[in-house]
Write a protein that binds this ligand. Structure first.
Ligand code: DHE
Length: 558
């Protein structure tokens, strides 16, 4: 049975904002109520991979020209077999070898039939979202002048974790030293990531519904001090980290509409909205090029903004926002997540449906390399370490292959000159299992961790593998995190997801992402002994997924 990461999509405001126009052609008809229900399911489960306009990205194109047919065996002009109702129902229920996940245990038979009809109809085009609407959504809850001028609590903020509670639309701020929940903050729906301001004072949290929340960690009880709706559907945010721009600006990327918003760092006041529509690397116009990962350079006043559908990587210079200068770097489709190499000069990003990693040289503003990898690389932010034979490497896991890929990265250090011949080559593929989403290590650790939450096997999805970096031939241990948690067994898989280190690099936190109504947990391991140190199982701990240690996120340590 395949699992369903790729189908976990936002309950997006788009669903509500969608128009109701349908071009019926010869497609199956739906009542108004059926359309509404199908629209909601599409945005919750399908849009993340297939796109709002169904042009396809990580998932296949789902436009009527090939979903719709009334006769068996009908072909498109290009000769591809059209899908039609019966075939669509099978694909949605059981998935495909191409990576489509099965929905037979999430959707009822009736819902599967409904979705099969829905996607044979012409997609609705959701509304745009202007600068004025962005501005109208802006709320300053506590103005800067009323905020503390120094840290008012006694928490060790460096070791605070901002934890996504996916299905409750909240983040928990958990004290890494005591493991106590210091605050639970209401945020946007199914928060995707938390990022830190350069000073480490502010946490920026982006919901899938486009709601961006700014949390002030200096308050006695950290709370949201400003909010902005940056679009209808979003995944990424970062801040200005170049010297002299500390906490000055923030940028957030939107899936729909395809654009990014630049704002003031301490109030979220919107300053500029920039569309990402344009040509793909193949020279085709794309109406929905979504903003995937964004990262902030520390060597230039620039953000690296990765545009999924076009395969273009933008270096956005924020030194003069009124006269915005952007370098557009061609790479490959469809860009997703990525992270810095150890020197923080190169940014490596997955072009996941092309099975490639693109490396950008942010110093020269050029593509440094386009590296072929195994199927569907998914690095999260990746992981950097010294390979015993090949020197500095950056690692990515794979959703679609049973390996972790190690890529040699350049280094200016004299003692690393001997590794130059390996640079930008895949130097090793460590044997793992498919369905990996995140890998992690820490400069002070000898261990390398990889999860496998999307593996079809329940045991593997509930486990993580750990390697000792002196011998990467096989894991030193495969840890069943669900068993270690002591939680009662459940029918729903408790996916072990997203290893994250404590600030001192001595602990590894793993989320157990259970069913919506099941008790979930975070299991904390001692990185040296690999023994459980603590299981955080507060009843409020519902569907924890991403965890962002303040210090490590602030300084891009991974
Ligand atoms: Fe993510 C990062 C998009 C599903 C947990 N995810 C990212 C990034 C993007 C992205 C573009 C990079 C952000 C950045 O660095 O600026 N994710 C998507 C999707 O489009 C997708 C496939 C489907 C969807 O509709 O959202 C998707 N992601 C998921 C999940 O189902 C996960 C596992 C659980 C959850 O919370 O929803 C999930 N994604 C994460 C996490 C990160 C992330 C924890 C940050 C990793 C890090 O260490 O920085």
């Amino acid at each position: 049975m395949k699992r369903k990461l790729l189908g976990m999509f936002a309950v997006s405001a788009i669903a509500g904002a969608m128009g109701s126009a349908f071009a019926q052609d010869a497609a199956p008809t739906l009542t108004a109520a059926e359309k509404e229900a199908a629209k909601k399911i599409y945005f919750e489960r399908c849009a993340g991979c297939h796109g709002v306009l169904r042009k396809g990205a990580t998932g296949k194109n789902l436009e009527p020209h090939w979903t719709k047919t009334d006769k068996a065996g009908a072909k498109t002009e290009g000769g591809t077999l059209k899908l039609g109702q019966a075939r669509l129902e099978k694909i949605i229920a059981y998935g495909t070898d191409g990576g489509m996940v099965n929905f037979d245990d999430i959707l009822t038979k009736e819902e599967i039939a409904l979705m099969s009809k829905y996607i044979q109809n012409t997609p609705d085009v959701p509304p745009e979202y202007s600068f004025k609407e962005t501005m109208d959504s802006w709320k300053v809850i506590i103005p800067v002048k009323d905020r503390p001028t120094k840290q008012m609590n006694k928490f060790n903020l460096k070791n605070m974790f901002s934890v996504t509670l996916r299905d409750t639309g909240e983040v928990a701020l958990i004290d890494g030293d005591t493991k106590d929940i210091r605050s639970i903050v209401k945020t946007g729906y199914a928060v995707h990531i938390s990022r830190l301001s350069k000073s480490g004072r502010y946490v920026y949290v982006i919901g899938r519904d486009g709601r961006l929340s700014l949390i002030d960690l200096w308050m006695e009880k950290p709370a949201v001090v400003a909010e902005l709706k940056i679009g209808f559907d979003a995944r990424s945010v970062d801040t200005s980290k170049f010297k002299g721009y500390d906490d000055k600006y923030a940028i957030a990327g939107s899936y729909w509409p395809p654009q990014y918003v630049i704002m003031d760092g301490d109030t979220l006041k919107p300053l500029k909205v920039v569309s990402t529509r344009g040509m793909t690397v193949d020279g085709e116009y794309h109406p929905e090029p979504r903003v995937a990962s964004i990262v902030s350079s520390e060597i230039k006043p620039e953000w690296v903004v990765n545009i999924k559908e076009t395969g273009q990587i933008l270096l956005v210079d924020y030194s003069d926002i009124k006269n915005l200068k952007t370098t557009t770097i061609e790479s490959a489709k469809f860009l997703h997540d990525g992270g810095w190499d150890a020197s923080k000069r190169y940014f490596l990003v997955a072009a996941n449906a092309s099975n490639k990693i693109a490396a950008v040289d942010t110093k020269l503003g050029k593509l440094a390399a386009l590296i072929d990898t195994a199927k569907i690389p998914h690095p999260g932010r990746g992981a950097n370490f010294m390979h015993p034979k090949f020197g500095p490497v950056w690692a990515t896991g794979h959703l679609g292959a049973d390996v972790v890929t190690l890529i040699s990265t350049p280094s200016d250090k004299k003692e690393h000159a001997k590794y130059k011949e390996y640079n930008w080559k895949v130097v090793q593929e460590m044997k793992h299992v498919p369905g990996n989403l995140f890998v992690k290590t820490h400069p002070k650790s000898k261990h390398f961790w990889a999860d496998a939450p999307q593996n079809p096997d329940k045991d593997l999805a509930e486990s993580v593998a750990v390697w000792n970096m002196s011998d990467l031939s096989k894991p030193v241990k495969v840890i069943n995190v669900a068993k270690d948690s002591g939680l009662p067994p459940t029918k729903a898989t408790k996916r072990a997801v997203h290893p994250e280190y404590s600030a001192d690099g001595k602990e590894v936190w793993i989320s157990l992402w259970g069913g919506k109504t099941d008790q979930s947990a975070i299991v904390v391991y001692d990185d040296a002994t690999l023994a459980v140190k603590k299981v955080i199982t507060d009843p409020k701990m519902i569907t924890p997924t991403g965890k962002f240690n303040v210090y490590n996120t602030q300084h891009d340590i991974y």
